[in-house]
Design a protein. Structure first.
Length: 265
């Protein structure tokens, strides 16, 4: 498996620093937060997109994902969601990223209604994703935290260019064990997002291996399934300013994930 880290939960870092951190600490790729306040977003010109690509290529680090913020299960008109999705698909294609991340965001809608919103929108952009060679990945999150929740939507879509991100924190807090999540997401799985937290109630981020999440079990399940994709570490300092800085934790995180992989081989 390849290892990545995410810029989702850290204050905006220049691309040069992101790439340097990844290369220096032994990560193969980076999940890029695509937002107007970040260095990478859909408003970049063609030249600016090419400059981002060149920066990554210099160090041999891959752009794993354009992490967009579309909420595909949210109530309301489809068009703004579809416009946002298509813009991020084009950005990912220009950057050479294989994936675009989206959220469910169904809020208080009944599950069946939220599922239909999400499935309709994902199906609408699936041909665009296929044409661009990019896959849209629905993260296990908010209104759809478990693998079973995400799989309901993906089953309705039934398209190879639409899949899932398995966020281990959300599936575990939703009551699923890794041995339950993996079988339902395996046909759709783009990659796995890992982190560690203090407890079920306290999601303060912790260094990998120091919290309560079933990371060893997750890697074991993936290895038994002969899954050979990406593990992406997400450290959400952005919302927890009191925790340690990302750079000092990158090497320990990579070492911990490498140990888990070695122990599960």
């Amino acid at each position: 498996m390849k290892l990545a880290f995410s810029t989702l939960g850290v204050p905006a870092l220049p691309i040069e620093q992101v790439v340097r951190l990844a290369a220096e600490h032994g990560f193969h790729g980076v999940e890029i937060r695509a937002n107007a306040e970040e260095p990478v977003h859909t408003g970049l010109s063609a030249a600016e997109r090419s400059a981002v690509v060149a920066e990554f290529e210099k160090s041999g680090v891959e752009i794993l994902t354009v992490a967009a913020y579309a909420k595909v299960a949210a109530p309301g008109d489809d068009e703004p969601v579809l416009t946002d999705l298509r813009a991020n698909l084009a950005l990912a294609a220009d950057l050479g990223a294989p994936f675009v991340r989206v959220f469910p965001g169904g809020g208080e809608l009944p599950a069946a209604e939220a599922d239909l919103y999400a499935a309709r929108r994902l199906a609408a952009v699936a041909p665009d994703a296929a044409r661009l060679g990019v896959k849209v990945l629905l993260e296990t999150h908010d209104s759809h935290p478990t693998g079973a929740d995400a799989a309901r939507i993906l089953g309705l879509v039934g398209h190879g260019s639409v899949g899932a991100i398995w966020d281990v924190m959300h599936t575990w807090r939703g009551g699923e064990q890794p041995s339950e999540t993996y079988p339902v997401l395996a046909p759709h799985l783009g990659y796995v997002q890992v982190k560690d937290i203090a407890s079920t109630e306290d999601t303060t981020p912790m260094p990998l291996g120091e919290g309560v999440l079933p990371l060893a079990e997750t890697v074991e399940v993936l290895s038994r399934g002969d899954w050979d994709g990406w593990l992406c570490w997400e450290y959400e300092k952005r919302w927890y300013p009191q925790v340690a800085e990302l750079p000092e934790l990158l090497s320990p995180a990579r070492q911990h994930l490498s140990r888990l992989l070695a122990n599960s081989a």
